[in-house]
Design a protein around this ligand. Structure first.
Ligand SMILES: CC(C)(COP(=O)(O)OP(=O)(O)OC[C@H]1O[C@@H](n2cnc3c(N)ncnc32)[C@H](O)[C@@H]1OP(=O)(O)O)[C@@H](O)C(=O)NCCC(=O)NCCS
Length: 149
């Protein structure tokens, strides 16, 4: 069974493995440690999905609270665990938290060629509201997506 819980510092080694195979410019250990600190201070969300059978971390999501909205910063699922609804569960949880706290909305940037992620966000009602040109290291553009709650 897959369980969802807050991230711990001891998860970061496994998170970095997923990060490296998921992105061309992976985040560093320090970046994830910083997100754990923000979560502990109440300014951020950092969830992991863990396979209870083998204690493997199979996905994670980091988001920051910016006054009255949530900015999703990072989301990835390990290749072996993709297409099982893990990312959907992460977004569902972030949205439920945002509604509970009466936040205005949720935003994120996604690479314009990342069909899987764009489909995921559209499924939740996120709308493309803008573009950041050459946002990524490989010069691809980022789409700015928003969901107003
Ligand atoms: C994008 C990503 C997070 C999706 O995670 P996941 O757990 O496999 O997604 P889910 O199983 O919850 O799928 C939810 C929906 O996303 C869309 N989706 C997911 N993978 C897809 C794919 N390969 N192709 C097309 N649509 C896809 C579908 O609409 C899917 O719903 P469905 O299964 O009912 O059709 C995962 O592919 C990943 O980690 N990719 C690399 C990192 C990344 O791109 N992160 C997002 C950065 S913005």
């Amino acid at each position: 069974m897959i369980i969802f819980r807050n991230a711990r510092k001891s998860d970061i080694t496994q998170i970095l493995e997923i990060e490296k195979i998921s992105f061309i410019s992976p985040w560093s250990r320090v970046a994830f440690e910083c997100e754990i600190s923000k979560m502990l201070m109440g300014n951020g969300i950092f969830l992991v999905a863990e396979d209870e059978e083998n204690n493997k971390i199979c996905g994670y999501v980091c988001a920051n609270v910016i006054i009255d909205y949530i900015h999703i910063l990072n989301l990835a699922v390990a290749p072996d665990y993709r297409r099982k609804g893990i990312a959907k569960e992460f977004i569902k949880r972030i949205e439920a938290d945002a509604i509970k706290k009466k936040y205005y909305g949720i935003t994120l940037e996604v690479c314009e060629t990342n069909e899987a992620a764009i489909n995921l966000y559209k499924k939740f009602g996120f709308i493309i509201k803008g573009k950041r040109e050459k946002y990524y290291e490989n010069k691809e553009d980022a789409l700015i997506m928003w969901k107003i709650l």
